[in-house]
Design a protein around this ligand. Structure first.
Ligand code: HEC
Length: 103
């Protein structure tokens, strides 16, 4: 009896983890593609930086909050050459950020 209850709890635990983990890697995968389309020309294919823009594989970017990165993507930094990506859907910006902050 006791074992059955434990087994059920473990089942729920693994099922919800599977859902969450799958959702996360889906977002990261989508973000990786979007990064190639929108960002790689300046920041480099692997975000290591390019002639036109700084690297994004930095502690600063990995530890910045999603809100802060969201604001950078939405508003850009026109004076210094980072364009605004307000034109792409918010969900896509979130996917790119998920990829930037992947472990
Ligand atoms: C036209 C070239 C260009 C494109 C395209 C571009 N960026 Fe940038 N980005 C820059 C430049 C230049 C900077 C530095 C701006 C500054 O110092 O204020 C920058 C800065 C950033 C920063 C801040 C980095 C930091 O350490 O503060 C982030 C985050 C960023 N870009 C993400 C992106 C993402 C994600 C995309 C694609 C959606 C993108 N950029 C597309 C040129 C670009």
């Amino acid at each position: 009896m006791r074992y059955r209850r434990l087994a059920r709890r473990l089942g729920v635990f693994f099922a919800s983890c599977a859902l969450m983990c799958a959702a996360q890697s889906d977002a990261e995968r989508a973000g990786a593609k979007l990064f190639q389309r929108y960002c790689a020309s300046c920041h480099g294919r692997d975000a290591a930086g390019g002639p036109k823009a700084p690297p994004l594989v930095t502690e600063r970017v990995k530890t910045a909050s999603a809100e802060e990165l969201g604001a950078i993507l939405k508003n850009g930094s026109a004076k210094k050459g980072m364009p605004s990506f307000a034109r792409i859907p918010e969900q896509q910006r979130e996917q790119i950020i998920a990829w930037l902050q992947r472990k």
